[in-house]
Design a binder for this molecule. Sequence first.
Ligand SMILES: [Zn+2]
Length: 201
Amino acid sequence: MSATPKSLEHLVERLMTLPGVGRRTAERLAHHLVRAPEAEALSVADAIREARARIRPCSRCHAPAETDPCPICADPARDGSLVLVVETARDLEAVESSGAWKGVYHVLGGRVSSVEGVGPDTLSLDALAERVRTGVREVCVATNPDLEGDGTALHVAKALEGTGVPVTRLARGVPAGGSLEFLAKTVLAEAIENRRNAKSP
Ligand SMILES: [Zn+2]
């Protein structure tokens, strides 16, 4: 028999469903949440509820936002004809904080991964293809520079075949196997500046 009360074990198991949270971390968090002042602990639950209620994917770029279109898509100072394709909203934030991209974004919502059983049809590729038919002059693919990111980039290029819109990729200044999220802003800015045609290796 486990000495852990049932409801505490349930909390541990729920926390373990979060990405990157293993049993030890989940146990530490759970014990903290039941020991902390009630208002403080429940404010976590409230914040989850509020974010869930307010945040929707932007109908243009699919980034999570409280308004639709999101502030970036709605900004008249951004060049709406330049679209940077990223895997996740976290990658968008990384590029955005580098200040190097003056266009808009398209969030795929993940990456094609045979290991995780994610096929191209779960990504927002159709929406992207639809979108580029309305006055887009360049799509730059900024998937992460690893095997799955490269594979995902091929799916993006394939989805845009026949649209006539040039597809570029970030320059190889991005170290292979690296993640956009953890890149220095200057490296990211350089990779964007030196982006290249997706068809020439
Ligand atoms: Zn948007």
